[in-house]
Design a protein around this ligand. Structure first.
Ligand code: HEC
Length: 275
C-alpha cells in the first residue's frame, strides 16, 4: 500500500501538468501587440452559451414539465442541490428517487481532463504498484469525456428528466419561447431532424457550462489569499500547514492546494478516481 502511494505521489506532477494543460486550452493567452494596434476584446460569451443557459433552466424539457437541469444543479446553491436530500426525486411524476448525490458543477467543468487509465508499464512496476488510478472525465465513474454527451444522460434518465426519446424533447424545444433564436443559430430546418437538433442543444448547454463566469467565480477567502488580496489568520495558516504536511494530514498530496504553473487557482483535486 505504501509502495503504491509513493509511486502515485511520484506521478502526481504529471497529472497536475495534464490538468494545467487542460486549463490552458481555455485561457486566452496574453499577447503583446505593436503600439497603436487596436485589438477587439476577446469574445468571452457566445450566443450558443446564452441559448444554453435558457435550455439549462427550462423545465419544459422534462417529462414532468417541472424539472430542469437547474432543479438539481441550482444556480443559487453553487449549482448543487437546493435541499438536504441524499438523492433527488425525478421521473414523470417527480416521485422516483435517483441513486446518487448531486455534485456541484462549480470550478471543475472547464478543467477536467479526459479519462485516462495509465497501466503499469513494466513487470517491475506492476509487481510493486499495480495499475495507476483512473483519472479525469465527468460523473462519479468517469463515463463521459464531453459535457455535451453527459448532458443527454439526465434528459433520458427515468429518475431524472425522464424523456422517452429525442423527438419528444425536440417537440418541446420547437415550442419554447426561444425556439426562433435556436432556428436562427442552427438553421431554419433544425427541428426537422430531432437527433441533430438534440446534438446542437447539448452543444449549447456545454458552451454555457464552460463559458458562464458563474461556474467559476473564485470568490472564496482562500482564492483571495492566493491572489494576495487578503491574509490568512494564524489559526488558518496553522490549519493549512497541517493540511499540507506529509506527516500530519498529507491531504494536499491528493487535494492539491497550490496554484498551477500558469497561476490557475487549485481545485483541491488531482482528478483521480480512487476509493
Ligand atoms: C434529478 C436531478 C438531476 C437533474 C435534473 C440533472 N442532474 Fe446533473 N447530475 C445529477 C447527479 C445525481 C449527478 C451525478 C451522477 C453520476 O456521477 O453518476 C449529476 C452529474 C452531472 C454532471 C457531472 C459533474 C462532474 O463534475 O462530473 C454534469 C456536468 C451535470 N450533471 C449536468 C447536468 C445537466 C446539463 C442537466 C440538464 C440537462 C442535469 N445535469 C440535470 C443530478 C441531476
Amino acid at each position: 500500500m505504501t509502495v503504491s502511494f509513493i509511486h502515485v505521489a511520484g506521478r502526481r506532477p504529471a497529472v497536475a501538468a495534464y490538468a494545467a494543460a487542460a486549463v490552458a486550452a481555455f485561457v486566452v493567452p496574453d499577447a503583446t501587440f505593436a503600439a497603436g494596434t487596436t485589438v477587439a476584446p476577446a469574445p468571452i460569451y457566445s450566443d450558443a452559451a446564452s441559448l444554453g443557459k435558457l435550455l439549462f433552466n427550462d423545465p419544459s424539457l422534462s417529462a414532468s414539465g417541472r424539472m430542469s437541469c437547474a432543479t438539481c444543479h441550482s444556480p443559487s446553491h453553487a449549482y448543487g442541490p437546493p435541499n438536504g436530500l441524499a438523492a433527488q426525486f425525478g421521473g414523470p411524476d417527480l416521485r422516483s428517487q435517483g441513486t446518487g448525490a448531486v455534485p456541484t458543477l462549480r470550478y471543475v467543468l472547464n478543467r477536467t481532463p479526459r479519462w485516462a487509465h495509465v497501466q503499469a508499464s513494466s513487470f517491475a512496476e506492476r509487481a510493486t504498484d499495480g495499475d495507476a488510478a483512473p483519472t479525469g472525465a465527468f460523473t462519479w465513474d468517469g463515463r463521459f469525456n464531453q459535457l455535451r454527451d453527459q448532458a443527454t444522460f439526465p434528459l433520458f434518465d427515468p429518475n431524472e428528466m425522464a424523456n422517452r426519446d429525442p423527438a419528444k424533447v425536440i417537440a418541446q424545444l420547437a415550442n419554447a419561447p426561444y425556439a426562433a433564436r435556436f432556428r436562427k443559430m442552427f438553421g431554419d430546418a433544425i427541428f426537422a431532424t430531432p437527433a441533430v437538433a438534440l446534438r446542437q442543444a447539448m452543444y449549447a448547454i456545454e458552451r454555457f457550462e464552460l463559458g458562464d463566469p458563474s461556474f467559476h467565480p473564485y470568490t472564496s477567502k482562500f482564492a483571495y489569499y492566493l491572489d494576495g488580496k487578503v491574509k490568512l489568520t494564524a489559526a488558518e495558516l496553522h490549519g493549512k500547514a497541517l493540511f499540507d504536511a506529509p506527516k500530519s494530514g498529507n491531504c494536499a498530496s491528493r487535494h492539491i492546494d497550490q496554484s498551477g504553473v500558469n497561476g490557475a487557482h487549485p481545485l483541491f483535486t488531482d482528478f483521480t478516481s480512487r476509493p
